[in-house]
Each structure stands twice: as C-alpha cells, then as structure tokens.
Design a protein around this ligand. Sequence first.
Ligand code: MLC
Ligand code: AMP
Length: 496
Amino acid sequence: MTNTLYDALFARHADNPSVFLQLDDGTEITYADFVKRVAQLAHVLTDAGVKPGDRVVVQAPKVADTIALYGAAVQAGAVYLPLNTAYTQSELAYFIEDAGPALMVCDARNADEIQSICPDGTALLTLSKDNSGSLTTQADDKGTRFETVSRGPDDLAALLYTSGTTGRSKGAMLSHKNLLANSESLTELWQITAADRLVHALPIFHTHGLFVAMNTSLLAGTTVRFMEAFNVDAIIDELPTATMLMGVPTFYTRLLGDDRLNKDLVANMRLFISGSAPLLAETHTEFEGRTGHRILERYGMTETNMITSNPFDGERLAGTVGYALPGTEVVITENGAPVAAGEIGMIEVRGDSVFQGYWKMPEKTAEELRENGFFMTGDLGIMSEDGRVSIVGRQKDLIISGGYNIYPKEIEDVINDVEGVLESAVYGIPHADFGESVLASIVLDDKTLNAEVIKAQVEPHLARFKHPREYIITDALPRNTMGKVQKNVLRDEHGA
Ligand code: MLC
Ligand code: AMP
C-alpha cells in the first residue's frame, strides 16, 4: 500500500530511535514512538467514522498529539484541516459548514459550543492542553499498528483556509504531492539533517509552523524543541543547544529587544529563517551585527507553499526574498504578460507545490489559477536579471500583523453590519512589534452611535488578532475620482 506523504514523512521513522519532539515539560518523544501514536490516532479516526477523503477539522492546542493527529489523518487517507485557536464561534461556524467534516477535534473547554454548530452526524472528540480529552483516552487503548490507507500524489492531504479579499475564507486544497515536493526542496536547500535541532515556537495551524517547519523536520529526522508558545526567555534558553530557528519577523525584533542575544549565545546555531511577512532591512542588519548571522528570508503562501528563498550558501540580501525554489517557476507579469527584469508586476508561480484549487469554489479558482498552471499571488514584485525576487507591495488588500493575515473586507463587513453604521474602511498602519496593526475609520448613519458600542458589537465575531486597535469616527471616507476609498490617505493621516 503506498501513501505518498505518509511513506515519506512518517513510515520511514517506524524504527527510528532518535528524539523527534522535546516538550516544554522535558518529555522527549522518539520518532518510533511518534509513529506508533500516529497509528493509534488513525484507529480513533476510522472508529469515529472518518473515511478516505473526509475532512478532519482540528482546533486544538499545540501539543504533541496535535501533530500526531496530522499524521493520523494522512495515514487514514483523510484531509487535515487545522484552524487558528483564536477563532471565535462565528468564524468556526463558517469553516465547519463549508468543509463538512466527518470529525471535529477541539479543546474540551469549547466542546459544548462547537457541538452546537456542528451538523448532525459530525463526530466530536476533544484534546486539551493538559493532554486530556476523549481523543487521547480513546487513542491510549488502540493498537500501535494501522493499515495505511493508499493515497496517491494528487489526493488531498490538507485543506487550509485563507481569508479572501472578498471577505469569505477560501479552503486551499493541498495534495500529497504539493506538500511533499515543497518539503523536499526546502530540506535540500536549507541543508536540514537529522543532526539539526529546531526551535519551534510557531503555531501549528498555518503553513509556516505546520508544513515548512514540521514537514521538513519529519523528512530529515530533525529533533524539534516543540514550544507551546512563543516566549523570548524560553528561546534564549534553547539557542545555545539549537541549530535552527524558523520565525516571523516579530520573533526577530523581539529577540533583538533582549540584551542576552549575542554571538556567544548563538555560537551553535546554523540557520535563522524568517518568513510570512516582510522582514525590515534594518532588522536584518541589526541581527547580523548582534549575532554574526544573516537571517535567511523566504517567501510563500498557503496556496503555493514556499515560493522563493534566499540562498543557503550564496548572499542573503536584506529586503529580498531570494530565488525561485528548485522545481518552482516564478514570473513577474503585468496583465498576464511577463515584464522585463527590474520592472514591477504581479508575482505568479507554478510548480508541484502549487495547490489544487479552492474547495467548492471553481470560479474563484479560475480567477486566480491560470489554465497554464500559474497562480496569481496578489503580491507585487521585481525580479533581477539573475532571478532574485523582491516584494514591493501587494495588489490584494491585506494586512499582515505578526505573521497573521487579516483581510480588511472581512472586518469591514462585520462593522458595516452594526445598526447605525453607514460605511467603514479598515487598513494597516506600521507597528513596531507586529509590523502592521489594524485601524478602522467609520462613517455613521446614526450620529448617536459611538466607537465603544461598535467595538462591543464587532469584537465577539472576530478573533482577537483581527480586532481594530482603534475605531475612528469620521464624517466621510477619502475617495478618488473613481469613487474608490483611498486607504493610503487614511494610512498617512493616522499612521503616526
Ligand atoms: C497576538 N496578538 C496579536 C497577534 N498575536 N495581535 C495582532 N497580530 C498578531 N499576530 C494579540 C494577542 O491576542 C494579545 O491580545 C496581544 O496581541 C498581545 O499578545 P502577545 O502575548 O504579545 O502575543 P503573542 O502571543 O506573543 O503572539 C505574537 C506572535 C504570534 C508573533 C508570537 O502572533 C505568532 O505566533 N505569529 C505567527 C503567525 C504565523 O505563524 N504566521 C504564518 C502564516 S503562514 P490582548 O488581548 O492581550 O491585547 C504564511 C505563509 C508563509 O503566512 O509564507 O509562511
Ligand atoms: P498566507 O495567505 O497566510 O499564506 O500569507 C501569504 C502572504 O504572506 C503572501 O502572499 C505575502 O503577501 C506574505 N508573505 C509571506 N512571506 C513573505 C515575505 N518573506 N515577505 C513579504 N511578504 C511575505
């Protein structure tokens, strides 16, 4: 029986006695034991009625079993669908309705609420921060061998939702081949091996923490210092015995804020990688000055996996995201036609790591994924003569805060639904810690309404990281001659 992703990432470790996960409490889990746990959880999934191709939705804390659950879904031929633990019930309701999962796994604390939004017939199991819950209890009694379900390269392995400029989240369908091809490229390019020890402080419900970090580690047999959350002290403690760190730019600015970060502390480190949001050139330079390491910046997207990377051996240039990964083609286009080197255009990408389309949204897929296989990223870039890419802006209306994507349209829709609001504009302004933060300018219909009332009605619908940090009541929104709201004007006005 072959299963493209399971065979490459999990099956190969069945007899591997090396340590895979090192947890916050000092517990170590070997690769061989991890593979057994994956099998136990795969039994739980099938007993819960999960069949090949079924979606398994997971909104669970960052514990070892959550990673094993990903493996179990792959082994059972299911489609793994992780969700941000910050999502509110109304956000969750949309994903559950859209994905139609056979099984939902959540923290026991939220089980009653989530049960109430799951359609009849959806199984629900729990997994909590202290490792308790029905999923774990059931798994403990299962056998440690599971008959792997056969899956080919084009079968779906994961469905990851990414918010859309239209305000509705879209499920990016990722196949076994998409995930494996990207992790093979990255592992080779970044020279990741079993001798590495990765400090993992990212969440595991997004491409970065789940696929970039965990799939490459599984492929190479790397030891992962699996931290429940980002914490500067904990990272500083681990750096002397680690070799790699993967993070969003906020990780690096926060580390730079600590005097203990110096060359001696990172003498054992091999590679610092940054992505998911632009790394400021000054952060790159300051980090090099303090540690002697040039951060390796790479660029990617949920739909495409990683697209470009600065070189491992060659020069890592601040403010650029490097070259197309092996097996990935990148072109810069205007109106669909390639532009000359040095000209600004839309970044488009094609290759084995590019997704299969949006779940149940053929029209959206057709709008963004060309028939010739190129995906339009919505990012604006320049490519040098020798193929080095720099991102210069975004065509899509998107805010990236601490590495989380926030789509203004989604927030504007919620604000506009408040009785007495005429219209609103949500935009990002520079923020020292998160890169960007969210503001909302609002025009009222009902002049008796105030910011506090709007805030109180908006916030329960949106995850905390999406909340506007300020609700600014204004008489009118600035518009250009075409009637389009000029968010750049609002940004200039309120950015300081
Ligand atoms: C937390 N908060 C945020 C936030 N993270 N607000 C805005 N943006 C964020 N990113 C909120 C908290 O709820 C809290 O609210 C307050 O801000 C302060 O929290 P904190 O304790 O300082 O934050 P912390 O928990 O330390 O989290 C910061 C962080 C985290 C940077 C560690 O956001 C993070 O892990 N980001 C990584 C996101 C990621 O993995 N992105 C990859 C996407 S994949 P309150 O109530 O206290 O005010 C992708 C593709 C690719 O983009 O290329 O990789
Ligand atoms: P997501 O939709 O969450 O996968 O986020 C993907 C988006 O993050 C990309 O389209 C980019 O806009 C942005 N992104 C990822 N990596 C980088 C980077 N190194 N520099 C700038 N933007 C980035």
